[in-house]
Design a protein around this ligand. Structure first.
Ligand SMILES: [Zn+2]
Length: 441
């Protein structure tokens, strides 16, 4: 390692510790090591901790929010009997969901674009953020990240990018030893610049939106640009990591991708380990699957956030579908495992006979077809779907017939599929690229 890189890393590491001491208090290092030892302890120990936190949250919610006082009727309810928290309820009863014990000033406003494009506003408190960061620090170290290391961030959320470029953000990037590639402006010249920066700054990890990472990897591969550095790993976050994204990016960057599952509303939910299992963050989250047989039958993921006392999220329907596993992972970590993460429930199609078809079925068959540059399949009703296509010179009518046939194979032969040729498929405000959208509830 060059003297310059070494000094930069040392400076950045010191700055990280100073920042965290300022945010979290002088016992930051103790908090960090307590977090690590809890996450590394036995399953019984983690679940006992989780149970204690859950009871505390339910009591707090009953005692200090008018919404839960009305709903729970007692300060020690049976969680499995509590009605689910829907996004619509948050929109309509935001004030009632906020705790009386936090002043307006103590509430930190946050929002998500949401897959439907309707923003959702909510509040969090300082302790929520502190705990959320401690967990991120723990899980990102599974990937090989550590304080002070150089990191490339390939990100697409407008809310996070708006401030990028102002002096405050530049300063942050400097002391954090991070540099950004804007997922919304993936022009050839931007991507080439980033390639050159990688060669110069040699990041040790990448944190990325998987769709932007995929585009960048595709650009590098098509232009025979081989990143000549030794990455420790890539963290994929904020949207679905499709198998074809993973395959290409792992080949181009010659490293492993770790899927980090979370949401702005509730923080980090689960993280992939070196054995490819998704471990549930039971320190901060109580996760349920809304299904009669959560180990066999996939269902909606319900999240109870254990640290956000400013606005409790209890059995929040986050909008993803998953399945639990009862295995103990060979990696040695004993946090319970989420067997399958099937993605957005809005990307799951329904057939007339009530069957569920995961959006990934279409994605996997369509993405590398000659003639198709981009696609988006929208299920408007049980009878009708629309396929939007951006095509290139290799397009033939046979490709079109093939696509329609595949859709009918899954959704039913009497379903009508209309094809629309478009110049581009625009990204929603959230920046999350969606290949499949179902409007059938
Ligand atoms: Zn594991």
């Amino acid at each position: 390692m060059s003297i310059h890189r070494f000094t930069k890393r040392l400076f950045s590491k010191t700055a990280w510790y100073a920042y965290n001491t300022y945010r979290k208090g002088t016992d930051f290092r103790a908090q960090l090591s307590q977090t690590d030892s809890l996450f590394n302890s036995s399953r019984d120990n983690i679940l006992a901790y989780q149970c204690k936190r859950l009871k505390k949250l339910l009591r707090h919610a009953y005692q200090t929010t008018s919404y839960y006082r009305e709903l729970l009727k007692t300060d020690s309810p049976d969680i499995s009997q509590i009605p689910l928290l829907e996004k619509g309820t948050i929109r309509e009863q935001l004030a009632d969901l906020c705790s009386d014990s936090f002043s307006q000033k103590q509430r930190i406003k946050n929002a998500t674009g949401g897959s439907t494009g309707t923003p959702l506003t909510f509040y969090q408190d300082r302790n929520y953020w502190n705990q959320r960061n401690l967990s991120v620090y723990y899980f990102d170290r599974w990937v090989g990240w550590d304080f002070g290391q150089s990191q490339l961030i390939i990100w697409g959320a407008l809310a996070d990018l708006e401030n990028n470029g102002n002096w405050k953000q530049k300063l942050n990037n400097f002391w954090r030893n991070q540099f950004w590639l804007n997922g919304f402006q993936l022009t050839d010249s931007e991507m080439y610049n980033t390639y050159q920066i990688i060669e110069k700054l040699k990041p040790e990890t990448i944190l990325a939106y998987p769709s932007s990472l995929y585009q960048f990897a595709k650009f590098l591969s098509e232009n025979e640009l081989k990143p000549n550095n030794s990455l420790r790993g890539i963290i994929s976050s904020a949207e679905m990591l499709h198998p074809h994204y993973r395959k290409l990016a792992e080949t181009v960057f010659k490293t492993r991708i770790y899927n980090r599952y979370g949401g702005r509303e509730v923080g980090l939910i689960a993280m992939e380990c070196s054995e490819g299992r998704m471990h549930i963050n039971c320190r901060d989250i109580y996760l349920e699957i809304d299904s009669g047989q959560p180990y066999k039958q996939p269902g909606e993921i319900l999240i109870t956030q254990l640290n956000n006392f400013a606005m409790p999220f209890i059995r929040y329907r986050i909008g993803d579908i998953g399945l639990l596993s009862d295995e103990v992972c060979p990696c040695g970590n004993q946090l319970p495992v989420l067997k399958e993460l099937l993605g957005r429930s809005t990307a799951t199609f329904r057939t007339k006979n009530g069957e569920l078809i995961h959006g990934g079925y279409f994605t996997q068959q369509f993405y590398d077809l000659d003639g198709v540059t981009q696609f988006q399949l929208i299920q408007e009703t049980l009878e009708q779907s629309v396929l939007k296509l951006v095509i290139n010179q290799q397009w033939t009518e046979d490709t079109g017939n093939y696509l329609i046939q595949k859709i009918k194979d899954a959704l039913g032969s009497d379903v009508s599929v209309s094809v629309e040729f478009v110049d581009e498929i625009t990204l929603p405000m959230s920046g999350k690229r969606e290949f499949t959208i179902s409007k059938v509830a």
